[in-house]
Design a binder for this molecule. Structure first.
Ligand SMILES: Cc1ncc(COP(=O)(O)O)c(C=O)c1O
Length: 388
């Protein structure tokens, strides 16, 4: 773990901040690039996971495209130098100006999530005198066996168009003159660790593609989204996620002929390379005997534990103590739910010690807020620290 190795240098820096292990990011990118090339798969990075400029500049070196969830993310991708024809854009609530911008830029696919959205894209493209390339985001009704807060492919989810509705509206969809339906898009959820779930997804995708093509659709692309999970429990055991296994499963189970197969990875690309480094401010014990460790980060820097109940491994990287104690690690924000974890076993911790909250590279800094007028956390990059 990088922060442990460079703890002495980190002591000089004002906390809290995100520390990025650039070597690990590069190794991860090398893995996803080389494994995907074996099958000719195309990879997009889900920029929502982390839109840090320096990380994006490195990701770009690996010839990866971008997956976006808003017009501003599309803009960020384009302004960061990613080619428009490698950019895909999903989201249930695209605003007109966002759709207009995506059409203007000529991105690879606007992945539409309702029949009404298809009609709006069709209308806007018509007004612009253009034809928009569109993917149908299908809700495949699959349980991805992950945290309920981050599953997106079950029948009741707000994401995607139900398969039945696509079948019912097939003629209407085909009649929309200003859109090219170039593919289907499926994303079943995030932090998926039971990889057999992807077998179900492929089986569903096969059936959906076959049925829709029998109705006259002709697809060039099958985009199966992201979702590959990382090891939050013991990140040291698995710093690079198992892209090879996922691709092997998709290769075995997805039967869509010579269509392009696309992936949209967020967490699996940047999750493990980032740690939130924070200082211990105070120790105190509640009247009920709960030992609190109050740190200078909060839900404003990393909201996942408070939002989803997510677990992040925490380590005191500077304490010289032999003894471990159990702490409830709480932040500075004026909210009772601002708790990183309960009963965390840490080396005895005192004011000024540094803690690393691990596996925080994805959905950490990009979800940061300025609640309580906190400053937004900055990034510190391993290759820019003095000792490498
Ligand atoms: C449509 C879409 N694609 C890709 C992703 C990236 O998912 P992950 O970070 O789990 O790979 C998400 C995450 O929310 C998403 O909504």
């Amino acid at each position: 773990m990088l922060s442990r190795k460079v703890a002495a240098q980190l002591k000089e820096l004002e906390t809290p901040f995100y520390l990025y292990d650039i070597n690990l990011l590069r190794q991860t990118l090398e893995s996803v690039s080389s494994e995907s090339k074996k099958y000719g798969y195309k990879v997009h990075y889900a920029i929502k996971a982390n839109n840090d400029d320096y990380l994006l500049s490195i990701i770009k070196e690996y010839g990866i495209g971008i997956d976006c969830a808003s017009g501003n993310e599309v803009r960020k991708a384009i302004e960061s130098g990613f080619a428009a024809d490698t950019v895909v854009y999903a989201g249930v609530g695209k605003r007109d100006k966002e759709i207009r911008y995506a059409i203007e830029q000529g991105i690879l696919a606007i992945n539409c999530e309702s029949i009404e959205e298809l009609q709006v894209v069709n209308q806007i493209a018509g007004e612009m005198g253009k034809k928009a390339d569109v993917g149908l985001r299908v809700n495949p009704d699959i349980d991805p066996k992950t945290n309920r807060c981050i599953d997106t492919g079950q029948a009741d989810s707000k994401f995607g168009i139900s398969y039945d509705e696509i079948l019912e509206e097939a003629e209407l969809i085909k009649s929309l003159e200003n859109i090219n339906i170039i593919g289907i898009h499926i994303h079943i959820g995030s932090q998926i660790r039971e990889l057999h779930v992807f077998e179900n997804m492929c089986n569903k995708a096969n059936a959906i593609v076959e049925k829709l093509e029998s109705l006259g659709f002709k697809f060039r692309i099958v985009d199966v989204g992201g979702g590959l999970g990382i090891n939050y429990d013991v990140p040291e055991n698995e710093p690079i996620p198992n892209f090879a296994s996922l691709f092997a499963i998709v290769h075995e189970y997805l039967n869509v002929g010579d269509k392009e197969v696309h992936f949209e990875f967020g967490r699996s690309i940047v999750g493990e390379c980032g740690e939130l480094i924070t200082s211990v401010l105070y120790n105190k014990t509640t009247a009920t005997g709960r030992r609190l460790l109050i740190i200078d980060a909060s839900m404003t820097e990393l909201i996942r534990p408070m939002l989803y109940g997510s677990y992040h491994n925490i380590e005191n990287i500077t304490s010289q103590e032999e003894v471990c104690k159990k702490y409830t690690v709480v932040g500075t924000a004026c909210e009772s739910t601002d708790v990183f974890d309960e009963n965390v076993s840490l080396k005895k911790s005192k004011r000024g010690d540094l803690l690393a909250i691990k596996s925080a590279g994805a959905y950490g800094r990009s979800m940061a807020s300025q609640y309580n007028m906190h400053d937004l956390p900055r990034g510190v990059y391993s290759d820019q620290l003095c000792e490498k």
